[in-house]
Write a protein that binds this ligand. Structure first.
Ligand SMILES: Nc1nc2c(ncn2[C@@H]2O[C@H](COP(=O)(O)OP(=O)(O)OP(=O)(O)O)[C@@H](O)[C@H]2O)c(=O)[nH]1
Ligand SMILES: [Mg+2]
Length: 456
């Protein structure tokens, strides 16, 4: 697919630098090269050239590179001008290209064209933006893996497994008079089970990838005065929240985005959980409960000076959503130690003890251990083969596909309903196709590429 118009943008960030790159893509690129550079540079060779304005005056001199279609990033004719990295030089080159009939590129439009010309699939195109945005080495490596197509290959592997099952089931429907009953095949159940495991493995990598990109949501909860806001301030590195010795100080939910070794986290401080209090506090507690339910981890803060056995957690435990993982934080260890209190080692009745840490939000003792623990919670270290960069959209599509295959297995086992099995498998295949973009609405494409920077 080729596009009729030719687009131009600065490919290097605005500001001053060693070089500034202007990129032009589209059918008019050779024509623009002839006028701007005076000749069409030899394909894929760096050519030293003068870049000329409308009067033939030299705007700048630098390197011109021409990549004829389809062997370019976008799959179209691409001209790159590498000039001096001053904002005026770069803008003058862009302005000249505009005069000659190009138009300004929208954010991500070069990559969008690459996608439309089958240079990359959608998951790879998103990885381009993730690589540019990466805030840590891990995130950059994960993005590079996705960009190289590792994630797409995983999705393709799942798709092939789904198609194989679908073919088998549809054959059974189409030839019901066959001697052997395809649907009665014990091996089929085994294949469904293998598919579930396959989904679980891909989902594990994808979850970590999403966390690297979007961050883990951690909610600080606990009784009033336990030191929740003090902990938030410690993690954020500044006085984000008001801290007083008055129980019930925090009412609104406070959100801070922090990074641990470049790994993003969203830390939320909430109102202390207790009965009573005024209407404002009650509303704060309601909001706290809502955030706890959405959390990916709860740090349950206990004032170890007054509650060394963690009775506050024992009391709150039944009201916390069971699916949200908890870490117990025995805070105020400075005081507790001074008082000689024996802090619980985690022998909580009724259930396996959640992980627990001792710290002092006042002195900062125990903070490095908490940071290491939070990093572990993101699952990066424990993942075999490393993470691949992924987004919520990928995770949702994978979950949807997995649910479809689970439902298909159920229809097969419980009802031998071949038609319904096939229908669910079709649904799974479609959800997987959304990830790589074979099956994506214009609207979604627009939203994805709008998140890119201009010039990419
Ligand atoms: N000694 C000592 N005092 C602490 C520590 N952490 C917090 N405090 C004090 O405990 C009091 C309450 O701290 P906050 O951080 O406001 O507690 P909170 O859990 O946010 O309280 P609410 O917002 O009322 O729910 C303040 O006086 C803090 O200075 C600690 O580790 N050691
Ligand atoms: Mg507070």
């Amino acid at each position: 697919m080729t596009h009729l118009d030719t687009i131009v943008a600065a490919a290097t960030p605005p500001g001053r630098g060693g070089i500034g790159v202007v990129r032009i893509s589209g059918p008019k690129a050779p024509e623009l090269a002839a006028v701007l550079v005076g000749e069409l540079p030899q394909p894929r060779h760096a050519t030293l050239a003068r870049f000329l304005d409308g009067q033939g005056e030299v705007i700048d001199s630098g390197l011109a590179l021409f990549f004829p279609a389809p062997h370019s990033y976008t799959g179209e004719h691409v001209l790159e001008l590498h000039g001096h990295g001053g904002p005026l030089v770069v803008e003058a080159l862009v302005a000249r290209a505009l005069e000659l009939g190009a138009r300004r590129a929208r954010p991500g439009e070069f990559t969008q064209r690459a996608f439309l010309n089958d240079k990359l699939d959608l998951a790879q195109a998103e990885a381009v933006a993730d690589l540019i945005d990466a805030g840590s080495q891990e995130a950059a490596r994960a993005a590079m893996r996705s960009l190289r197509g590792e994630f797409s290959a995983m999705v393709r592997g799942l798709t092939e497994a789904v198609i194989e099952l679908r073919t088998h089931v549809e054959a059974a429907i189409d030839f019901p008079e066959e001697e052997i009953d395809f649907l009665d095949d014990a091996a089929l159940t085994g294949r469904f089970a293998a598919l579930q495991e396959h989904f679980a493995a891909v989902l594990a990598s994808t979850r970590v990838g999403r966390l690297l990109h979007e961050g883990l949501t951690v909610v600080i909860a606990g009784r009033p005065n336990a030191g929740k806001s003090s902990l938030l301030n410690r993690l954020a590195g500044y006085d984000a929240a008001i801290v007083t010795d008055i129980p019930g100080t925090t009412r609104d939910v406070l959100r801070e985005r922090i990074a641990i070794d470049g790994m993003p986290l969203h830390v939320l401080d909430t109102a202390g959980l207790r009965e009573g209090g005024d209407r404002i506090e009650a509303e704060g507690i309601r909001r706290a409960a809502a955030e706890i339910a959405r959390a990916e981890r709860v740090l349950f803060v206990i004032d170890a000076a007054v509650d060394p056995q963690g009775a506050a957690y024992e009391e709150a435990r039944t009201r916390l959503p069971p699916e949200v993982p908890v870490t117990l934080i025995f805070n105020k260890c400075d005081l507790a130690v001074a008082q000689g209190a024996k802090i619980a080692t985690g022998d909580f009745p009724h259930q396996a003890a959640p992980p627990h840490l001792r710290l002092s939000a006042l002195t900062g003792a125990g903070l490095p251990e908490l940071r290491a623990h939070l990093k572990d919670c993101m699952g990066y270290q424990t993942l075999e083969g490393g993470a691949i960069s992924a987004r919520r959209r990928h995770l949702e599509a994978l979950e949807r596909a997995r649910r479809c295959t689970q439902e298909a297995a159920r229809q097969l086992l419980e009802r031998r309903a071949g038609e319904l099995v096939a229908e669910e498998l079709r649904g799974a295949q479609q959800a997987l196709a959304e990830i790589t973009g074979e099956f994506t609405s214009e609207d979604l494409l627009g939203r994805i590429f709008a998140g890119f920077c201009i010039g990419k």
